[in-house]
Design a protein around this ligand. Structure first.
Ligand SMILES: Cc1cc2nc3c(=O)[nH]c(=O)nc-3n(C[C@H](O)[C@H](O)[C@H](O)COP(=O)(O)OP(=O)(O)OC[C@H]3O[C@@H](n4cnc5c(N)ncnc54)[C@H](O)[C@@H]3O)c2cc1C
Length: 500
């Protein structure tokens, strides 16, 4: 007898629930498995989550989406990176770009040559060698061109979109491919007395919903994975202490910027995400250091224009489920864990979890080694992102508030200490496994926040000085020419994908 999964039941219709529904409806041959999604409009969704990283373009391609239609229907803009303001020290700003700086030379990454060059030429600004940063600052955007060796061919981008329109878009996609949506609040969960597996969900109406594989996308509450299966939670708030947010949209005051801004505040930071027709704003803060009222007042004071929505307060605890997959329940999205939104990684973590689930898709035996492998890889991925986020707080010289003194002085995971030491001593950067943030990202944040290595790779010294100067000037000149040729971000949107 086949032990194949016959029915997948997804609990939750937020971004996570509808993303996984859309992906499964695309990847699993239609008719071979039932897919049902249960959600409760009265409970609602978190309603935030508007900035993404470039990997989302792979997800869109996997679904076979028309990108212009996607941008129009989600009120989206394009994103070339994140600007960090006041992080390393007050008054400073830098961009973490989604593309490379310069070019590799002599088999070495560009930043080694930049360090050598800058040691002689103090005013050499690394931004001049990075087209995405120049374009972001100039408010320009275009998709990559097919011109090998040109920086225009490697433009890498993500999107900034309306979270509720995105979930709706995913829902339309999934429903058109056979996913059945059931409205209702789950009030009871039945576990199998012997195996402890989830057998049925019972709705307020009395209706029961069964399934072989349950995907818990119920948000922070983790209704199945935690409230019923008690998978446990690794709490990382001692390293990432922000634990609340207040979000609020405001009117647009001009052309949308092709980047997200994260401005450090006295006890956290504030996001600014420009969409086509409005701006998403939020203040992420630590409640030990600032009250909700003061956090909202600070957000209101920093809006560029009148608010157009009521403040939405959210509470969270940074960390990850100890067993994101337990028995026949796989948790995704906020039910699996939460890493604060500083680098816009949550939607990406949903996407990679879906890919991992497909790679380790179970049958009804739920073979433990398969589940264990999935869990190990998930935890590794969260730890890698966690370290990258902690870097933003640890690599600061700010000491103007108790919050900044705490994060500057806190002990950090050994894995991050090692990375910071390697860079400080030798400018060496590395990417573990297939981790989401590569050397360019680590360089951008370390350099942007004022870390300067004692030395750089010795091979960088083998290039004659005048050759290095010529190459650096040429790289800068090529970038400036490319920038001149690019359309404005608004012009690009107007031409290809203006929202209705
Ligand atoms: C302050 C903040 C800012 C963020 N910014 C970003 C960002 O810029 N980029 C990014 O990638 N991510 C961001 N995120 C994360 C992003 O919002 C989430 O990853 C994403 O929205 C997924 O949420 P979810 O679907 O897991 O949960 P939710 O949106 O909470 O959805 C939960 C679903 O479960 C349903 N449900 C719950 N209980 C029951 C029940 N008993 N019966 C029936 N249905 C039930 C609800 O109705 C809802 O449909 C941010 C998160 C926060 C908190």
């Amino acid at each position: 007898m086949s032990r194949a999964i016959r029915k997948i039941t997804i609990l939750g219709g937020g971004t996570a629930g509808w993303m996984v529904a859309a992906a499964l409806s695309r990847l699993i041959p239609q008719g071979s498995m039932e897919i049902e999604l249960v959600e409760s409009e009265s409970i609602g969704t978190v309603g935030v989550g508007e900035a993404t990283i470039p990997h989302i373009t792979y997800f869109n391609r996997l679904l076979g989406l028309d990108e212009d239609e996607f941008v129009r229907k989600t009120n989206a803009t394009f994103k070339l990176g994140i600007e960090f303001v006041n992080w390393g020290r007050l008054g400073e700003r830098y961009i973490h770009p989604f593309g490379d700086y310069g070019v590799s030379m002599e088999g070495l990454r560009f930043h080694h040559f930049y360090h050598r060059y800058a040691s002689a030429k103090n005013d050499a600004d690394v931004d001049d060698y990075c087209l995405p940063i120049l374009a972001a600052r100039a408010g320009k955007f275009q998709r990559p061109t097919n011109t090998p060796n040109s920086p225009l061919s490697s433009i890498t981008y993500a999107f900034q979109f309306d979270a509720s329109l995105y979930a709706r878009f995913m829902r339309e996609f999934a429903e058109a491919r056979g996913v059945v949506r059931t409205e209702g609040r789950v009030t009871d969960v039945t576990l199998d007395a012997e195996s402890g597996h989830v057998r049925t969900l019972t709705l307020e109406s009395g209706q029961t919903i069964d399934g072989d594989l349950f995907i818990d996308c119920s948000g922070f509450r983790g209704l199945l994975i935690e409230q019923n299966l008690e998978a446990g939670y690794q709490d990382w708030s001692h390293w990432l202490p922000v634990n609340r947010a207040v979000a609020r949209a405001s009117k647009s005051t001009g052309e949308p910027l092709p980047y997200t801004r994260a401005t450090a505040k006295s006890a956290g930071w504030q996001w600014r995400i420009p969409l086509q027709s409005r701006v998403g704003n939020g203040h992420v803060y630590c409640s030990d250091f600032i009250s909700d009222d003061d956090a909202l007042a600070s957000l209101n004071a920093d809006l560029d224009a009148d608010p157009i929505s009521e403040p939405n307060f959210l509470r969270f605890k940074t960390g990850v489920r100890r067993e994101p997959w337990k028995k026949n329940v796989v948790s995704l999205g906020l039910a699996a864990g939460f890493l604060e939104p500083l680098e816009s990684t949550s939607i990406h973590l949903i996407q990679t979890a879906v890919a991992r689930l497909m790679a380790h898709f179970p049958n009804r035996d739920f073979i433990p080694s398969n589940t264990d492998f999935y869990n190990r890889k998930t935890l590794e991925e969260y730890e890698q992102v966690r370290d990258f986020l902690i870097l933003h707080y640890k690599a600061t010289t700010r000491d103007d508030t108790p919050f900044w003194r705490y994060v500057r002085d806190m002990a950090v995971p050994d894995t991050l200490t090692e990375r910071m030491r390697q860079y400080s001593e030798t400018a060496h950067l590395y990417r573990e496994d297939n981790e989401v943030f590569g050397e360019t990202s680590w360089f951008a944040v370390m350099h942007g926040q004022g870390m300067r290595p004692k030395t750089y790779h010795p091979i960088a010294d083998t290039l004659p000085g005048e050759v290095l100067s010529q190459r650096m000037e040429q790289i800068g000149a090529v970038n400036r020419r490319c920038l001149d040729a690019m359309p404005t971000h608004q012009g690009f949107i107007d031409r290809f994908c203006k929202a209705g």
